[in-house]
Design a protein around this ligand. Structure first.
Ligand SMILES: Nc1nc2c(c(=O)[nH]1)N[C@H]1C(S)=C(S)[C@@H](COP(=O)(O)OP(=O)(O)OC[C@H]3O[C@@H](n4cnc5c(=O)[nH]c(N)nc54)[C@H](O)[C@@H]3O)O[C@H]1N2
Ligand SMILES: Nc1nc2c(c(=O)[nH]1)N[C@H]1C(S)=C(S)[C@@H](COP(=O)(O)OP(=O)(O)OC[C@H]3O[C@@H](n4cnc5c(=O)[nH]c(N)nc54)[C@H](O)[C@@H]3O)O[C@H]1N2
Ligand code: SF4
Ligand SMILES: [Mo]
Length: 674
């Protein structure tokens, strides 16, 4: 018997593909992108094409385990679920009795974005509320940009990415879609076929930059200055949309004065870009309607990253691009998901503190007695790896990790709980790069003793004798609750596998105003001022951009972008994808490689005061002199030297939302032998 089961890619990728699993006699034998889905259009990606293979990998965790070696050793014995739940129940109860519920840190990551099993719905939070556990701020990925956009537009939401097909000038700004979410490219190609011009603004000449009509290799962390410089040219050209500004924006005189401070000559100095290229792009922007801007998370992994998005978002306010389908900015579409997430904050007996995902090393102190990691791999993915490792070593810390694979984080667990993969559990998704809900029907039985997130928490609640009924809602009940205000029926969604969010097509946002205090696009924001930020959008340099050469202890700026063959640290243990990654690499410009004696293909130490990692040198003009790049995602324990780039990343906050600064650190590079 063969059947086709609709599902969704669960990964932290804007495209949230709709897929179809072919099941024969209870075994998943095929996986492919849904051909009917308007965004997926039948294609998955180089990583997820191996998802079924990955789900059957030899190193998959299939049973609960208890640590037998020292923390970090990764030595475990198999135990039963009954033993695991008993031990956890006893430990949690003792911790709550002695230290209070806040001593528990439920550290949820982005392994799955599901609304039922994953981070979008904060799966497990009802359980944590009953226990009074600390809140967890999942700010690792996109927060600074979200906050920045909110000051300007009132929401991080913007254009429907499908409308890029209608754009006539496309700015791909700090985004590498051909690696980090390629489905938008078809719409870019449609636009090009109709004559659109495509510009990539990125310190690295990425795959995407290779395909663009033009690449501007901007100095990292200076994007807001470029935005102001382009607008300076728009004003010189007299091309600002006075009518739009008058009727739909707030704070123009102040912002205009700010723009006037950034003539092209000054912007060239700040951004390291030639004056004539900036002016030429400014002229294009002035006279091309509609201009669509795709800016994603890369541009905000910096000290001034929130401000960068805030200021880039001002561009369509000046050009009036929000009037047109195909005009405007899009960062994330997740705000459009019409789903009702109810984590039941009323179940908390009293308010609790919030712990910050990007500050794990700092905040994992003796006030935390249980770290509960799920769908996350902090040893591989969060900043300041060596201090994270040290914090995880503490003897009086009880660490539980729910996982599919034996990650570096698992090595520190006291108890490991085997987790299902997407083909084995039920979930509901919304994209952050498209306008659809996607349903995931379980296709096969879980292998071994793997359990879903929801089922694990239901069983644990029962073991702990918790009586709150909301802890026992089934996955289907949770789905009904999520869809309750959406106007989309569960039956229809389950049958078709996906549904478009109820907005016109083509979608033009903000036609009824902006969800800001003034109801207008805010060049100036009283809210920003109240939050201790500049009132007017402007430019805040990143750490590496503002630090004078003489004050740098390590001279090179490190960027740690998406790795083509992995998704964060997922798939990095798949032998074929690991092979295709060509191992940990660091791209170095010849001008920096030569004086350091770095040789192409040879291993080098990349280091600063936080630590070091080892990577193979790739001498390349893809990076500017002064900038080096080492993709994220390699498992430390599968890397030479046992560390990945997060060993050198500071635990330092971006300007907004305590976002991380993954692309804003100084390093030195030396041949490994020296
Ligand atoms: N293959 C693959 N796909 C992924 C991921 C992955 O790990 N691998 N990760 C997923 C996740 S978690 C996310 S959040 C998204 C993120 O997707 P992206 O936003 O595309 O993320 P990054 O690769 O971090 O950054 C994009 C580009 O920004 C550039 N950049 C860095 N600093 C600056 C700057 O100061 N200015 C400008 N203009 N550009 C800058 C980088 O060089 C990089 O090429 O991708 C998702 N997709
Ligand atoms: N240097 C550097 N570091 C970065 C970034 C960067 O640009 N540069 N990007 C950051 C970004 S954007 C992000 S989003 C974070 C991601 O950081 P994390 O949220 O820690 O995510 P991952 O490292 O992908 O680890 C996710 C883990 O969840 C597991 N998993 C997957 N699905 C499930 C499930 O259904 N249940 C359970 N229990 N486990 C599951 C996977 O096996 C995997 O080990 O990394 C950040 N780290
Ligand atoms: S990782 Fe992105 S592109 Fe690949 S299948 Fe998942 S959603 Fe689609
Ligand atoms: Mo992310």
């Amino acid at each position: 018997m063969e059947s086709r089961i609709p599902g969704a890619c669960p990964l932290d990728c804007p495209d949230t593909c709709s897929w179809e699993v072919t099941v024969r006699d209870g075994v998943a034998v095929g996986l492919r992108g849904n051909r009917e889905h308007p965004f997926t259009r039948g294609a998955l990606c180089v990583k997820v094409n191996r998802y079924l293979e990955h789900s059957r990998a030899a190193d998959r965790i299939l049973h609960p385990m208890r640590r037998v070696g020292p923390k970090g050793s990764g030595r475990f014995e198999r135990i039963t679920w009954d033993e695991a739940l008993s031990e956890i129940s006893v430990r949690l109860t003792a911790i709550i009795d002695e230290h209070g519920g806040e001593a528990i840190w439920p550290y949820q990551g982005t392994g799955t974005l599901g609304f039922i099993q994953g981070e979008s719905g904060q799966a497990g939070r009802r359980f944590w509320n009953v226990l009074g556990a600390s809140e967890h701020d999942l700010n690792i990925c996109s927060r600074a940009g979200n906050v920045g956009l909110r000051y300007t537009n009132g929401t991080p939401g913007g254009m429907d990415p499908e409308t890029f097909a209608l754009s006539r000038l496309i700015l791909l700004w700090g985004t590498n879609p051909l690696t980090s979410g390629h489905h938008v490219w078809k719409f870019v190609q449609d636009a090009r076929a109709a004559g659109a011009y495509v510009v990539a603004i990125d310190p690295i000449r990425t795959r995407t930059a290779d395909q663009a009509d033009e690449h501007l290799p901007i100095r990292p962390g200076t994007d807001a200055a470029l935005a102001l410089g382009l607008l300076h040219v728009v004003l010189e050209e007299g091309a600002e949309d006075r009518d739009y500004i008058e009727r739909h924006t707030y704070g123009w005189p102040e912002f205009e004065a700010e723009i006037r401070k950034y003539p092209v000559s000054r912007v060239a100095e700040i951004t390291g870009l030639p004056e004539d290229r900036i002016r030429a792009l400014g002229v294009r922007l002035a006279h091309t309607r509609p201009t669509g801007i795709r800016a994603t998370m890369g541009v905000q992994r910096h000290e001034g990253g929130g401000t960068a998005l805030r200021t880039i978002a001002c561009i369509p306010g000046v050009t009036g691009d929000w009037r047109h389908p195909g005009g405007g900015v899009v960062y994330s579409t997740s705000a459009y998901a019409p789903l009702t997430v109810d984590t039941r904050p009323d179940l908390l007996a009293e308010p609790v503190r919030t712990l910050t995902m990007t500050r794990l090393a700092d905040q994992l102190d003796e006030t935390v007695r249980c770290l509960w990691v799920y769908a996350a791999n902090p040893v591989g993915s969060t900043s300041d790896q060596n201090r994270v490792r040290a914090a995880l070593q503490r003897d009086d810390l009880f660490t539980v990790v729910m996982e599919q694979f034996p990650t570096d984080t698992v090595d520190y667990a006291d108890i490991v709980l085997p987790a299902t993969m997407q083909t084995e559990h039920m979930d509901l998704h919304a994209g952050y790069g498209h306008m659809y809900l996607v349903w995931n029907e379980p296709a096969v039985e879980p292998p071994g003793e793997c359990l879903s997130t929801t089922e694990t928490f239901r069983r644990l609640a029962r073991r702990m004798g918790l009586t709150e009924p909301a802890l026992y809602d089934s996955d289907l009940e949770l789905a009904e609750q999520l869809l309750s205000g959406s106007g989309i029926g569960l039956d229809v969604l389950r049958k078709q596998g996906w549904a478009r969010i109820d907005v016109p097509d083509p979608f033009v946002p903000f036609t009824d105003g902006f969800p800001t205090p003034s109801g207008r696009l805010e060049f100036a924001s009283a809210r920003a001022e109240a939050d201790g930020l500049p009132r007017v959008a402007g430019y805040i340099p990143s750490y590496t951009a503002r630090t004078a050469p003489a004050a740098r202890d390590h001279p090179l700026t490190l960027i740690t972008p998406a790795q083509h063959t992995f998704l964060n640290t997922i798939f990095s243990n798949n032998p074929e994808l690991l092979r295709r990654s060509k191992g940990p690499r660091v791209l170095v410009n010849e001008a920096d490689a030569t004086p350091r004696g770095l040789v192409d293909g040879q291993p080098a130490r990349v280091f600063n005061g936080n630590g070091e990692f080892v990577a193979y040198v790739e001498i390349s003009d893809r990076v500017r002199p002064g900038v080096v790049a080492a993709p994220k995602g390699h498992w430390p324990k599968l890397s030479p030297g046992g560390a990945n780039p997060n060993a050198v990343v500071d635990e330092r906050d971006a300007d907004m939302g305590r976002g991380a600064v993954y692309h804003d650190n100084f390093v030195e590079v030396a041949p490994l032998s020296s």
